[in-house]
Design a protein around this ligand. Sequence first.
Ligand code: FES
Length: 151
Amino acid sequence: MLDVETIDSILAKFPQPKGNLIAILHEVQNHYRYLPEEELRYISKRTGVPITQIYSIVNFYNRFSLKPKGKHVICVCLGTACHVKGAEKVINEVKMKLNIDVGETTDDMKYTLEEVRCIGACSLAPAVVVDDTTYGKVTPKEMASILAKYK
Ligand code: FES
C-alpha cells in the first residue's frame, strides 16, 4: 500500500527534487530496503519526473533494487584479486548454507546474496561485505561463522 507520509517526508528534504532524484531514491531504498513500484509512481507524480526516467535511473545504478531485499545483504567480491584468492568457494558456501543463488533472497527475508566486482579492498582478498561491515581474507569456514552472527 502506498505510504504517502514517508515519501512526502523524504521529498520535503529536497526543495528541488528534480536535481536530487538519486538522493531521494537512496532515501526511499534505505527506508524500504528496495524501491516499491507504487512509491516510485507517486514520486513521479509529485515531482513531475516521468516514471520512465525514474526507471532508467533505477536500472542504471545497480545499487538500486526493485525487489525487496533481506534484512542482511551479503556481498561477496568476485573481482580478480578476490577470485584468485578463492572467493568462488566463499560464495558457494553462502549459496549452500542459505540455499539461494546470487540475486536471491531467502524465503524468510533474512538474507540477500549479491556479488560485486572489487570493493577496493584487494589487500583483504577475498573480501565480503555484510550490511556495512567488511570482512577480509575470508575462508569458507569463516564465512559460515560470519553468517551465524547475522541471525
Ligand atoms: S577484487 Fe575484491 S576487493 Fe578488489
